[in-house]
Design a protein around this ligand. Structure first.
Ligand SMILES: Nc1ncnc2c1ncn2[C@@H]1O[C@H](COP(=O)(O)OP(=O)(O)OP(=O)(O)O)[C@@H](O)[C@H]1O
Ligand SMILES: [Mg+2]
Length: 311
């Protein structure tokens, strides 16, 4: 099965400020803010929804094809993905631009001040499924909103089954585009908060969505996920992690595990459980792709919670 994973490709620059931001935000001077925080640590991590999802699929033995735009600074990321079993041949590097970058400073109270630079991601609409070759399954995950709308249109025209995953971009996508994305989708996936925003913006609940999609998957953090089908709803429990080190990429890992289930022809309940297991590993590590496991380790962990995983 040739799986194409679309979405953002980014670097995360994470900094920690040993003080408290709020002590420096003077309420009487907010009309002219000029602040610089001396941070005492910085970490640069490989990020972006699409590589995170593709990485989980690769860990589970697939050879997903990553489709997205990155910048002149992508070479080492490409090399790393290549060595992990992700096909990066559909990643276009845009000369003169940086890869999308997330700059986030966290203070000692856990407050964050962040900026996201779109960089090369703004070119994502230049890529096309028409030029991507055979595709048996794809996911349209958070990316440049124009590109997301375009990919959905192309998949509909080409008859490619797609998982519509607007996630954090629900804030930036208008109701009409959301509707169009949902209408042609094989599966819709988002978290519970995003589901409410989609409902508000489109006026569609799960019933209306299921007139088009075969499943609507709503993730609910430590409460697991609900998979809504036309005739029933399946509740999938979360898998408790040994420790919660960092939640970055947990939703992406769930999607990767879920898609591996689809690739092996598993039923939706098994797909959801595979998502839960894949997500637990991510919580236990810093970043969305610093964890690793073998297929046997994954299967054993699955079995511990859900019984033997059908192969
Ligand atoms: N605290 C937790 N313990 C166990 N599993 C969790 C926890 N948080 C999330 N998960 C797993 O990850 C899945 C996705 O989580 P969640 O609903 O928080 O996604 P999200 O809000 O989209 O995350 P992200 O921050 O990555 O965008 C859940 O369905 C669950 O299986
Ligand atoms: Mg999410």
């Amino acid at each position: 099965m040739r799986i194409i994973v679309t979405g953002s490709i980014a670097y995360d620059y994470l900094m920690s400020f040993p003080g408290s931001f709020s002590e420096h935000l003077l309420p009487d001077h907010l009309q002219r803010v000029s602040l610089s925080f001396l941070v005492d640590s910085m970490d640069k991590r490989r990020g972006g929804c699409a590589p995170n999802i593709a990485y989980t699929l690769a860990l589970l033995g697939e050879r997903p094809v990553l489709m997205g735009t990155a910048g002149q600074d992508f070479d080492e990321y490409r090399h790393w993905l290549d060595t992990k079993g992700v096909d990066t041949s559909l990643v276009k590097q845009v000369p003169g631009k940086f890869t999308a970058s997330f700059f986030c400073s966290t203070d000692r109270d856990g407050n964050q001040i962040a900026s996201f630079y779109t960089g090369a991601m703004a070119h994502a609409a230049e890529l096309s499924f028409g030029a991507a070759g055979k595709c048996d399954l794809t996911i349209i995950s958070p990316n440049d909103p124009t590109a997301m709308a375009e990919y959905a249109r192309e998949c509909q025209a080409l008859g490619i089954p797609y998982i519509y995953d607007p996630s954090q971009q629900v804030a930036r996508i208008g109701g009409d585009d959301l509707k169009r994305g949902v209408f042609g989708a094989h599966i819709v996936i988002c978290n519970d908060y995003e589901f409410e925003i989609i409902r508000e913006k489109t006026g569609m609940g799960e019933g209306a969505m299921l007139e088009h999609a075969t499943a609507v998957v709503v993730t609910k953090g430590e409460k697991g996920a609900s998979i809504m089908l036309r005739d029933k709803t399946i509740d999938v429990p979360a898998v408790p992690p040994w420790a919660i080190v960092d939640p970055t990429g947990v939703g992406d890992a769930f999607r990767g595990g879920f898609m591996k289930g689809l690739a092996i022809g598993a039923d939706y309940e098994v797909c959801g459980r595979m998502g839960s297991v894949a997500a637990a590993y991510v919580l236990e590590h810093l970043g969305g792709s610093s964890h690793a496991y073998t297929r046997d380790e994954f299967d054993a962990r699955y079995a511990e919670h859900f019984g033997a995983l059908p192969r």
